[in-house]
Design a protein around this ligand. Structure first.
Ligand code: HEM
Length: 448
């Protein structure tokens, strides 16, 4: 069974048709030949943009000279009302300082401390799940948001302020249908803003709730009674260079990105993973076996036993990268595969294309968790797999997500069976890679 992807558009369309397609969704607006190309240039009347699939060019932008290719201002603008100056959007010195303070909270050793909270969230998700036919995305969103609240602030999603924050995020996402496309939309910069009615007011509500959480925590820290969780760790870590901690206002920006980057992405990946397992019952049975064995002794040190489930989650992130595209911009003229990119050109790096690239992956559209043991799979893992980006701006939560994803998947599949319900979902790039009409599954209790 092929893992679904939307029909690509014909190679030539008018600018107007292109803009209309983009409004709907970026993935179906792009032509199929990008799954074979090393690079493509989009010339618009307003700016230049390049999609780069060539591993050497991706390394140049993300690893070799990342400071010369900062985050795109076109994309940042849409997120600024919610994220302020969070580490996801900043560049240069500010960004470096923020990473120095945040990184230690997500180091391997600290991840062990988050395990119990993740497990509790996973078990709560299983307890909520009801047999029957349903869209699984709201369930995985709920579960992933629960993980974030429990690990960051030591509160479950059922706590009043957590529920209200989660609801506000949902409203924000409905008002913010497009994000990544901003860098590719062949229109002047102000135009995409017209598509985002209501985003600002939702962002303000979320930020007010987060401010409440951060202020309460600042008081607990000052009084020496704060729980030992990620928020406390980040708020008490001093920048080794300046000796300063984050101010509460700076922390609000960071918490906003942890919620957004931390729950939307994992929710998307989990929902796609369950869909892929629903359409591959023999793979699902293997995950169930691992999950059932793990549940007999569910500890951090036992996570390595979820090896196959981890490969399933990895293969899901290959086919359905939660962040399908990342955008940078040039700060000076650059020569890219013998073409010249002017200053301010948009550089799009697309895990969506690279990870299904026909010249690199064997059988690119097939769901095959075993591929990572093949020569081609191992090679591509190095050259053509970047669901968490790479280089210094790599996802802060990559290690966290690679524990959370397989863990929640194993728990859910140990307890329930999943089968497809209705037509295959059509991937579409919203804030993350979601399905245009939800992901419908038939769920039943697994009989052991
Ligand atoms: C399956 C889950 C996840 C995926 C696929 C994912 C993917 C990514 C990607 C691709 C980027 C780079 C974006 C860019 O450069 O434009 C990123 C950055 C980031 N992610 Fe994740 N992420 C996941 C989970 C998480 C979690 C759980 C957290 C935190 C709790 C997190 C926090 C961040 C932050 C703070 C950044 C910004 C890093 C920087 O710019 O320096 N992510 N993520």
């Amino acid at each position: 069974v092929k893992a679904p992807k939307p029909e690509g558009r014909p190679r030539k369309v008018s600018l107007w048709q292109f803009a209309k397609l983009f409004r709907r969704d970026i993935l179906s607006a792009l032509p199929d030949h990008l799954f074979k190309a090393k690079m493509a240039e989009f010339r618009t009347p307003f700016f230049q943009s390049f999609l780069v699939n060539d591993p050497a060019l991706i390394d140049l932008v993300l690893k070799d000279r990342p400071m010369d290719f900062p985050k795109s201002g076109r994309v940042a603008e849409g997120l600024r009302p919610l994220l302020g100056d969070s580490v996801f959007l900043t560049n240069g010195e500010t960004w470096l300082r923020q990473r120095r303070i945040i990184d230690p909270a997500f180091e391997g050793g600290r991840l062990r401390d988050t395990f119990d909270a993740m497990l509790a969230a996973g078990l709560a998700a299983c307890a909520r799940l009801q047999p029957g036919a349903q869209d699984i995305e709201p369930e995985t969103s709920h579960a992933a948001a629960d993980v974030i609240f429990r690990t960051l602030f030591s509160i479950p999603i059922t706590a009043d302020i957590a529920t209200r924050t989660f609801e506000a995020f949902r409203a924000y996402q409905r008002a913010q249908p497009i994000l990544n496309p901003a860098a590719l939309i062949p229109l002047p910069k102000w135009m995409p803003r017209l598509f985002r009615r209501g985003v600002r007011s939702h962002a303000q509500i979320i930020r007010a709730l987060i401010t409440e959480l951060v202020q309460a925590r600042a008081v607990e820290i000052a009084e020496g009674r704060s729980p030992d969780d990620l928020a406390t760790k980040i708020m008490t870590t001093k920048d080794p260079v300046t000796g300063q901690t984050f101010t509460p206002a700076e922390m609000v920006d960071q918490v906003a990105i942890f919620f957004l980057a931390g729950h939307e992405t994992s929710a998307s990946a989990l929902a796609w993973a369950l869909y892929l397992l629903a359409t591959h019952p023999e793979v699902q049975a293997q995950v169930a076996t691992e999950g059932t064995a793990f549940l007999k002794n569910p500890g951090f040190s036992n996570l390595s036993s979820l090896k196959f489930t981890r490969d399933v989650f990895r293969e899901t992130l290959r086919l359905y990268p939660s962040v399908p595209m990342m955008v940078r911009e040039t700060t000076k003229p650059e020569s890219l595969r013998a073409r010249t990119a002017k200053t301010g050109a948009q550089i799009v790096i697309s895990p969506w294309h690279v990870q299904r690239h026909a010249e690199m992956w064997d059988n690119p559209d097939a769901f095959d968790p075993q591929r990572f043991s093949t020569e081609n799979g191992k090679q591509c893992l190095r050259d053509a797999f970047l669901p968490f980006s790479s280089g210094p701006r790599v996802c802060i939560g990559a290690g966290f997500a690679m524990i959370e994803g397989p863990l929640l998947l194993a728990l859910m599949v140990a307890k329930f069976t999943f089968a497809p319900d209705g037509p295959p979902p059509v991937p579409a790039a919203f804030l993350t890679l979601r399905s245009r009409d939800g992901i419908r599954l038939k769920i039943a209790h697994r009989l052991s």
